[in-house]
Design a protein around this ligand. Structure first.
Ligand code: GLN
Length: 547
């Protein structure tokens, strides 16, 4: 359980959503890590889903997969990228999880005949999860999803209020940070503090006094307005800071540090004022601003492009590769459903320094456009990276176009096909080298999720990229390449160059006569960070910049 020395910082949001609460939380976490503290981050999401795995990417954006195979909120990706601290299943708590546990306890009779209520049973469960997360670190940051004032976040806010009274934690070990919007009215050319005052007052009516307020605004907020917010929220003016909008999100840790938030938080939590090793962040921001001589334009052919965060980790990974290889990376998203014939891709002819990415996805919608883009890249020797569904479509396209299996498909698109080159393991006709089935890939049960080891073929492009025999990357899929068709796959000009270490499943394919045609069953984007990138994206971008 939690000890007196465990510190907990709660981050709430006010006025509007999408203010960058996840980035601020991750940035504060990065600063505290830079002070040498062992930190972790918990995201509490007030929705009833047990996890976001079943939510549509159109609505919810990306589902981030942790190494232990949890499908989590995309903020966990930001936490990992900013702090380098690995997130696990327990780092994302939802109302659905809390209620499932409490109801299961009630059915078992654990509450000894009590009337089971939101307070104390739901709040106690939330508190116990927070304390469990806090017990193994110096500082736990807890981001409360949603906006203060939402009905569904009330039990979470009540729980975080009670924690400062908890004898195991206490007021001296808890701190509350509120992130709000201070709108700028163009007509009057004024910033307005009233919504923030109201939001802080709503927080106080729940019993929470913010210790720090971070105001997000398009315009610099002058001292008099910061003082006004401080005065109306019982705070010192130095506890109210303002951040604007930056060229990249990686400037936020420095923006917070320049306003001493890290030191003020250490002070509030009675932690020693150690040196903040901020140099890697200064260097990173310098690299983001450095004028780059080389360029790479990436055409991302996806179907969830209307939601700006559906491909968040992927877009970040491409940008990281640009930072690592000193390349200006331009990302053009194209709706795969809008590509209905090959002529529509003629605009790519004679373009230099371009590459195509076919990202992961689910279902038949949009696959025609993706396959056309794969054909175009294969024939015109344009570098192309296929991820998960992207790999599956590369395989199908090659088998079809080369006339090896004209009706090759996946059972995800056609359940009655006689050529299931991609299918559920349970649909395979033979075992073909599969030692044991450690997971069930059928719909309705678990997908293949989380980190798996993959052996790379020596002498292959992928081996050259990673410079390792065995790599570990994260997965999120039900369907697999059917090993029954291995002979046909090699006849189509593709090489199998990566296989799952334990199950021999086909995980990497590449074209023998193409400069850069690689498909991977895993999602390398989940393990990229702005400091080192990820080998596969770094190599892809470098190749394009030099092409
Ligand atoms: N829909 C495919 C599968 O489940 C691919 C999933 C993905 O791209 N993440 O296997």
């Amino acid at each position: 359980m939690a000890k007196q020395s465990n510190k907990i910082i709660f981050i709430t949001g006010g006025v509007v959503s999408s203010l960058g609460k996840g980035i601020c939380t991750a940035s504060l976490g990065a600063l505290l890590s830079a002070h040498g503290l062992k930190i972790s981050i918990l995201k509490m999401d007030p929705y009833l889903n047990v996890d976001p795995g079943t939510m549509s990417p159109f609505q919810h954006g990306e589902v981030f997969v942790t190494s232990d195979g949890a499908e989590t909120d995309l903020d966990l990706g930001n936490y990992e990228r900013f702090t380098g601290v690995k997130m696990y299943r327990e780092n994302n708590l939802t109302t659905g999880q809390v209620y499932s546990t409490v109801i299961a306890n009630e059915r078992r009779g654990d509450y000894l005949g009590a009337t089971v209520q939101v307070i104390p049973h739901i709040t106690d469960e939330i508190i116990s999860r927070i304390k469990k997360n806090a017990s193994s670190v110096d500082v736990l940051l807890v981001e409360v999803g949603g906006t203060v004032g939402d009905i569904e976040s009330l039990p979470f806010l009540e729980a975080i209020r009670q924690i400062s009274l908890d004898p195991e934690i206490g007021f001296q070990n808890t701190c509350y940070v509120h992130l709000t919007l201070v709108p700028h009215l163009h007509a009057a050319d004024e910033v307005k503090t009233k919504p923030t005052q109201h939001s802080l007052s709503t927080l106080r009516s729940i019993g929470i006094q913010a210790d720090f307020v971070i105001c997000r605004s398009e315009k610099t907020i002058d001292d008099s307005n910061l003082k006004k917010i401080a005065m109306f929220s019982n705070l010192n003016p130095s506890s109210v800071i303002s951040i604007g909008y930056y060229q990249t999100i990686y400037e936020i840790p420095l923006a917070l540090q320049q306003q001493n938030l890290n030191r003020a938080v250490l002070n509030r939590l009675n932690l020693p004022q150690t040196v903040c090793k901020i140099d890697p962040w200064i260097d990173l921001v310098k690299r983001t601003k450095k004028v780059k001589n080389s360029i790479a334009t990436i055409y991302l052919i996806g179907k969830y492009i209307d939601n700006g965060s559906a491909y968040l980790s992927l877009i970040e990974a491409l940008k990281h590769a640009g930072l690592v290889t000193e390349t200006n990376v331009n990302i053009e998203s194209i709706d795969s459903e809008s590509i209905t014939n090959v002529e529509m891709l003629s605009f790519l002819h004679n373009k230099k320094n371009i590459g195509i990415v076919i990202p992961g996805g689910f279902g038949i919608r949009g696959i025609i456009g993706k396959k056309l883009a794969i054909s175009h890249a294969r024939i015109n020797h344009i570098p192309i990276l296929g991820i998960c569904l992207g790999l599956q479509l590369m395989l199908i396209e090659s088998l079809q176009s080369n006339g090896i299996i004209p009706d090759a498909t996946s059972t995800e698109f056609d359940q009655s096909t006689t050529s299931p080159v991609v299918s559920l393991i349970s649909e395979w006709k033979t075992e073909h080298g599969i030692k044991k089935q450690t997971f069930n890939s059928d719909k309705g049960s678990s997908m293949r999720l989380g980190s798996y080891k993959c052996r790379l073929k020596s002498g292959s492009k992928i081996h050259d990229i990673y410079q390792q025999d065995i790599i570990s990357e994260r997965h999120r899929h039900r369907y697999e390449v059917n090993p029954f068709y291995e002979k046909e796959i090699s006849q189509s000009g593709l090489m199998i160059t990566g296989r799952d270490v334990d199950n021999n499943l086909i995980e990497v394919i590449e074209s023998v006569n193409h400069p850069w045609f690689v498909g991977v069953q895993f999602h390398p984007e989940f393990q990229s960070n702005p400091f080192t990138g990820n080998a596969i994206f770094n190599n892809f971008i470098k190749t394009i910049a030099q092409s």
